[in-house]
Design a protein around this ligand. Structure first.
Ligand code: SF4
Length: 86
């Protein structure tokens, strides 16, 4: 196992759609991803919420909550402020 993959595996938490930190480029977080199922009243990366991408891939309706500061995975899609009441 490469050192990079070892770090990703170590940082990954249950309910993620792929390895933590597998998003290429900068260091985004799950809390800034549009798949992170935060309520409309929640801003920023505070808290822990399920990943909609994981639920889609696994065909489940519920899944573990992911802390907002978890390093983003390769499915990261930036949250666009102004949509969905944010
Ligand atoms: S970066 Fe987005 S798609 Fe990937 S695990 Fe986090 S919330 Fe889910």
């Amino acid at each position: 196992m490469s050192p990079e993959l070892l770090v990703q595996v170590t940082q990954t938490v249950p309910g993620m759609a792929h390895w933590a930190g597998s998003k290429p480029g900068d260091a985004d977080r799950c809390g800034r991803c549009s798949f992170w199922k935060r309520p409309p009243s929640v801003f920023g990366t505070l808290g822990a919420f399920p990943c909609a991408k994981y639920q889609e891939l696994m065909r489940v309706k519920s899944s573990p909550r992911i802390p907002g500061l978890t390093p983003a995975c390769q499915y990261f899609a930036p949250l666009v402020y102004g949509e969905a009441g944010r």
